[in-house]
Design a protein around this ligand. Structure first.
Ligand code: PLP
Length: 382
């Protein structure tokens, strides 16, 4: 399975040939830590130890590579583990990274509280402003331009192709956190990026039953380096978790279409509501980077944020009043979630450049009956 097949075909089959012994159409969960070797140095197919290689994880990794149009995929124990492994593969003390000024709070915490004391500097910039990105690059020291698009939670959009060209001209690599879009809506490697990461906890897993991460690269040499770090650092995805993510991926395309349909209807409701001050959704023509989103995304996704009249108390009140939208962190599952980023997912960036407005509500629009979602949000808004 590869580029000769369509996205949906790869999502179901890539890396997942029927089991040669039994014909089972779903790869088994190889819940194992070690393998019998036929002689010293005679590991079958290189299977020596399960941190280094596990057939269930390999199946997922091949599928991820196919979906992102990459050369090689890697599965990790969480999205943060994948980001950490990519950072420590590409950066060393003394280096500098340019990052979005509204990145996921956990990514910022990793950069600020772990990489910075370790000697890696960063500059947060609005990635929509290419001139500012160029200004932030320190010749000889900047090694990585980190992109998140759409961003969490303000749904900011960065032009992956334009930023990749700029990075290439400056001799630096580009990494993209593609969690919010999923590979169904956007494929950063095809737009010029060098590495793409996911929290597979979100849309790829899709059922809020697993925590996982992924990275995919297009350059074989970078793949070797990342494999070395994945194995040396050891934050690999477990076999059952890998299996769950693989199962989720099989329906990614149909789920994403429904997430997008439902999100568009929720945006219509919000547009018509007098208490809603500002809606953050890249599908809106009024979104400052709507044209870029249209250029690089198939559709605009299932995440919607909005600000509400009445400040923090009003935002928290809406979050407390929904019945079908579940109050909770995370996103990308089949069930709709609502949260107050300032007090929940983004509490770790309070007081920093990345602080989010306290009247902001974030929705992960699920795939339930849209009429139920609309009436639930209507009653919560009052
Ligand atoms: C955009 C983005 N990247 C990375 C992560 C981290 O993923 P995980 O929670 O699987 O470690 C998250 C989690 O919310 C996220 O939203």
């Amino acid at each position: 399975m590869s580029s000769e097949y369509g996205f949906e075909t790869n999502a179901i089959h890539a890396g997942q040939e029927p089991d040669p012994t039994t014909g089972a159409v779903v790869p088994p969960i190889y819940q194992v830590s070690t393998y019998k070797q036929d002689s010293v140095g005679g590991a079958r197919g290189g299977h020596d130890y399960a941190r280094s290689i596990n057939p269930t994880r390999t199946a997922l990794e091949e599928c991820l590579a196919a979906l992102e149009n990459g050369h090689r995929g890697f599965a990790f124990a969480s999205g943060m583990a994948s980001i950490d492994t990519v950072f420590r593969t590409l950066l060393k003390p003394g280096d500098h990274i340019v990052m979005p000024n509204d990145a996921y709070g956990g990514t910022y915490r990793l950069i600020k509280r772990i990489l910075e004391p370790w000697g890696i500097e960063h500059t947060p910039v609005p990635l929509g402003d290419i001139a500012k990105v160029q200004e932030a690059i320190i010749p000889g020291r900047t090694q990585l331009l980190w992109i998140e698009t759409p961003t969490n939670p303000l749904l900011g959009i960065a032009d992956i192709a334009a930023l990749s060209t700029l990075a290439r001209d400056n001799g630096i690599l580009v990494g993209v956190d593609n969690t919010f879009a999923s590979p169904y809506l956007q494929q950063p490697l095809s737009l010029g990026a060098d590495v793409v990461v996911h929290s597979t906890t979100k849309y790829l897993g899709g059922h809020s039953d697993v925590v996982g991460g992924a990275a995919v690269v297009k350059d074989p040499e970078l793949g070797e380096r990342l494999y070395f770090h994945q194995n040396a650092m050891g934050a690999v995805g477990g076999p059952f978790d890998s299996w769950l993510v693989m199962r989720g991926i099989k329906t990614l395309a149909v789920r994403m279409e429904r997430h997008c349909d439902n999100a568009e209807r929720i945006v219509e409701l919000l547009q018509s509501h007098s208490r809603v001050r500002h809606i953050f959704y890249p599908g809106l023509k009024t979104h400052v980077h709507h044209a870029i989103a249209t250029k690089q995304m198939r559709r605009y996704g299932g995440m919607v944020s909005f600000q509400i009249e009445g400040g923090e108390a009003a935002a928290q009140d809406v979050c407390n009043r929904t019945k079908v939208f579940t109050l909770g962190e995370s996103l990308g599952g089949v069930e709709s979630l609502i949260e107050h980023p300032a007090a929940m997912t983004h509490a770790s960036v309070a007081g920093s450049l990345l602080e989010v407005p306290n009247d902001l509500v974030r929705l992960s629009v699920g795939i339930e009956s849209i009429d139920d979602l609309v009436s639930d949000l209507k009653q919560a808004l009052g």
